[in-house]
Design a protein around this ligand. Structure first.
Ligand code: GLC
Length: 463
């Protein structure tokens, strides 16, 4: 928050509007994306340019509409408890757009937002850019018990040069949702263990259902050109022994296991027709969730946040949805991409003490419990995984603790965003049928190698 010349000076409060969430990747998608990005940027600049009362901070968070309403209620609780005013800056759902909005403010070194949520994959870059305030002293003063958190996640994402620079608000891992009633109808008693089984069940269900519901598809997942596609690709590829291999300044993408996985992803859309063509044009988390929730799919790949929404009163899949680990290729193992959102304080914040109070509130047992119960989010704190009330409401959580402990991270390198942008483009072109999977991986590897090279030429080797 900006400082004011006198304590009683008051500027009118900036009006914060929710960002529109556009259906992207339809015709005109690029234009939409550009407009959405401009909106993010304007939003952040507005926030930054706003003047606020002395005793206040700005929090920047994005997400699905239901999540943002919940955040608003959290902010109100915090204000009532502490008398610290929080301007809540609503960001879009899409992780890439959320990042762009924050980067503009941080590159400009503006003091707002003071506190923000970061996707686990941005933290390395934010830390290397010097945008995150070290939290060690605040944590020590508050006697924050770091053993409460998943140590693998903390070590992977939240420490930089021996400093604590972020803390996990919630952890995400990819899951398979399925319609238990429809599997029963097929006489199938277990969710699919392999992708081939998934395709076989999906095909049988689709053939039956499509007569009454022409929009019905066997399997919906995130294939649009954005970060979610990378998460999905790494699950298909990882469950076949593939992935993004980075070592000693070399990147390996064009790998047999990755090729088989990418072919299978493309075949799900074009050959088996079990996933709709909109998979590569518009399927992001919310589009996928809505399709499944309207009763239009047998299987869905999504994050844990979809669970309570599927159980809402108006959901067509309430009571007939179940969760399982994602399938794997024969001889492979189920892999879930590690996702999740972490909270940090801007190095440019001029209210770091107040900002920490908000961070501590967000990480408290009570707040995290509310997040679990109301949003189905999997807490960053491990002690909630044995809370009786949480377990009563989310019986699947106990099983998920293991999925989170073993979830596969994306590369934690400061240039991850650039790598991801290259991969997003080529993988999406392969899904759209514009490039053969082999050609897509070859080209992606070449371009990605140039990014890795540039980083290693400019800095001493670290990865
Ligand atoms: C979820 C995950 C995040 C991931 C994103 C991709 O929000 O928590 O880590 O990058 O989805 O869409």
């Amino acid at each position: 928050m900006h400082k004011h010349p006198t304590a009683d000076y008051r500027e009118p409060r900036c009006e914060k509007r929710p960002f529109p969430s556009y259906p992207v990747d339809q015709p005109g998608h690029r234009t939409m994306k550009i407009i959405a990005t401009i909106c993010c940027v304007i939003g952040v600049l507005l926030a930054a340019g706003c003047t606020h009362p002395e005793n206040g901070i700005t929090l920047s968070v994005g997400g699905a509409p239901a999540e943002l309403d919940f955040w608003q209620s959290l902010v109100e609780q915090f204000e009532a408890q502490t008398n610290i005013r929080v301007d809540f800056l609503r960001q879009p759902t899409d992780t890439d757009q959320r990042r762009q909005g924050l980067v503009v403010a941080l590159e400009a070194g503006t003091s707002d937002p003071d506190v923000f949520l970061m996707d686990v994959v941005w933290i390395a870059q934010f830390a290397a850019s010097g945008w995150l305030a070290p939290l060690d002293e605040y944590a020590a003063e508050d006697r924050l018990d770091l053993d409460t958190y998943f140590s693998n996640i903390l070590n992977l994402a939240d420490r930089y040069h021996e400093h604590l620079i972020a803390l996990p608000v919630y952890v995400d891992a990819g899951l398979l949702y399925y319609r238990s009633d429809l599997l029963d109808d097929l006489g199938v008693s277990h969710p699919p263990a392999t992708w081939q089984q998934l395709a076989a069940y999906a095909s049988r269900a689709q053939n039956t259902m499509i007569k009454a519901q022409p929009g019905f598809h066997g399997f919906v997942w995130q294939g649009a050109q954005y970060e979610g596609l990378i998460c999905n690709f790494l699950e298909f590829a990882g469950s076949n022994g593939g992935g993004i291999f980075l070592q000693n300044g070399k990147i390996l993408l064009n790998h047999r296991a990755n090729l088989e996985a990418l072919r299978f992803m493309r075949d799900l859309i074009h050959r088996y027709r079990l996933s709709p063509p909109s998979t590569y044009t518009e399927m992001r988390e919310e589009q996928v969730r809505e399709t499944f929730q309207q009763g239009n799919a047998l299987f869905e790949r999504n994050w844990p946040y979809a669970w309570p929404l599927h159980q809402q009163a108006d959901s067509r899949v309430r009571g007939v949805t179940a969760i399982a680990p994602l399938p794997h290729f024969p001889g492979g193992q189920s892999v879930s991409t590690l996702g999740g959102w972490h909270v940090g304080i801007s190095r440019f914040s001029d209210q770091k003490g107040l900002a920490w109070k908000l961070v501590a509130f967000l990480l408290s047992y009570d707040t995290q419990k509310q997040m679990a119960l109301k949003l189905g989010w999997n807490p960053g704190r491990r002690d909630l995984y044995s809370d009786p009330e949480v377990l009563r409401n989310m019986p699947h959580l106990k099983r998920l603790e293991e999925v989170f402990q073993n979830a596969r991270p994306r590369p934690t390198v400061p240039y991850y965003t650039q790598l991801s942008a290259v991969l997003q483009r080529y993988l999406n072109a392969a899904l759209a049928g514009k490039l053969e999977p082999q050609a897509a991986l070859e080209a992606a590897q070449k371009e990605a190698q140039r990014i890795v090279q540039r980083y290693h030429t400019n800095r001493p080797a670290r990865h």
